[in-house]
Design a binder for this molecule. Sequence first.
Ligand SMILES: NC(=O)C1=CN([C@@H]2O[C@H](COP(=O)(O)OP(=O)(O)OC[C@H]3O[C@@H](n4cnc5c(N)ncnc54)[C@H](OP(=O)(O)O)[C@@H]3O)[C@@H](O)[C@H]2O)C=CC1
Ligand SMILES: Nc1nc(=O)c2c([nH]1)NC[C@@H]1CN(c3ccc(C(=O)N[C@@H](CCC(=O)O)C(=O)O)cc3)C=[N+]21
Length: 296
Amino acid sequence: MTTTEPPPPAGSASETTLRLGGVELARGIRAQVSSAAAELSLAGVTPRLAVVVATDDESSAWYVRSIAKTAAKSGVSCDIVDVGADATAQDVRTALEELSNDTSVHGIILQTPLPAGADFEDLAASIDPAKDVDGANPLSRGRLGAGLPAFAPATAAAVLALLDHYEVPLAGRTCVVVGRSNVVGKPAAQLLLRRDATVTICHRYTEDLARYTRTADVLVVAVGRPGLITAQHITEGAIVIDVGTTPTAEGGLAGDVDETGVSGLARGLTPVPGGVGPVTTALLLHHTIRSAQRHA
Ligand SMILES: NC(=O)C1=CN([C@@H]2O[C@H](COP(=O)(O)OP(=O)(O)OC[C@H]3O[C@@H](n4cnc5c(N)ncnc54)[C@H](OP(=O)(O)O)[C@@H]3O)[C@@H](O)[C@H]2O)C=CC1
Ligand SMILES: Nc1nc(=O)c2c([nH]1)NC[C@@H]1CN(c3ccc(C(=O)N[C@@H](CCC(=O)O)C(=O)O)cc3)C=[N+]21
């Protein structure tokens, strides 16, 4: 066995897979956030986001660090409210209620996962819908599903923002979403449906996953299992959005898609890191700005 992979020969098919990076797009969104934050501050309002954490999960920690760093650079004030991984559901609820009642707070996000015995859907109902910048309150979810104005979960919004940024047509196209969490898979599917795509949702109980994913013009994968999607799961020319972010032993992040395997087959693939993640963070702040503007 060789320890290093030989580079692909010049002119090989892998050159045709476009890297659908999110860093540039995120930068643009952050620039909008910064100028809107500056305008708000002239009006005496400091946009403020509160992140409620009750987990030691590494993937969540990555995200929280990324939110705090990006907020600091963009003129958004960010409070990390860490109630501890041993918090009770009532501890989390109390924190969410206090932040909902605090008029200086414009955005609230509750990180997943939660401690055993704390139900996300149940707790998210305590987030003031006006401050629900990650679309977690069942009221926001229902409105989104009904096609009414509401904040979409930032990750699902980031999937659509990337597809739009790279001008991927959606109306009438076949989109397959792998993963059905309320935070990512389900809302992403709803947003795609709203854009007139034909949408299939796959999950743990889907038999013969590849049978469905191979039908996809656009494949969105949000599972959290590195290497789940291989060359046999996609059809030539597919656009693949990899939402997965699993921390690796080396301190990096791994997506759900076997990048080497699908390269040359997919028309485009989002990298991990540097794809959906940065756009998610930027959009969360963008939502916070919109909430602060309404408040002002
Ligand atoms: N980049 C970003 O901005 C973000 C990245 N993430 C990452 O995305 C990933 C998914 O997050 P999240 O939705 O919260 O995770 P969840 O664990 O809540 O959901 C995972 C989903 O994947 C499904 N699933 C599990 N195994 C399989 C399988 N073998 N085949 C098909 N489906 C499967 C599950 O199905 P079932 O429902 O049947 O159990 C479930 O619906 C994680 O890696 C997370 O870190 C999350 C949010 C933002
Ligand atoms: N209620 C809730 N909503 C979430 O959206 C949510 C959550 N809980 N719990 C944890 C997961 C994980 N997640 C990530 C988002 C961005 C990056 C991200 O920005 N990653 C960068 C790298 C980060 C960095 O460089 O600091 C990248 O992919 O390039 C990672 C992970 C959101 N999640």
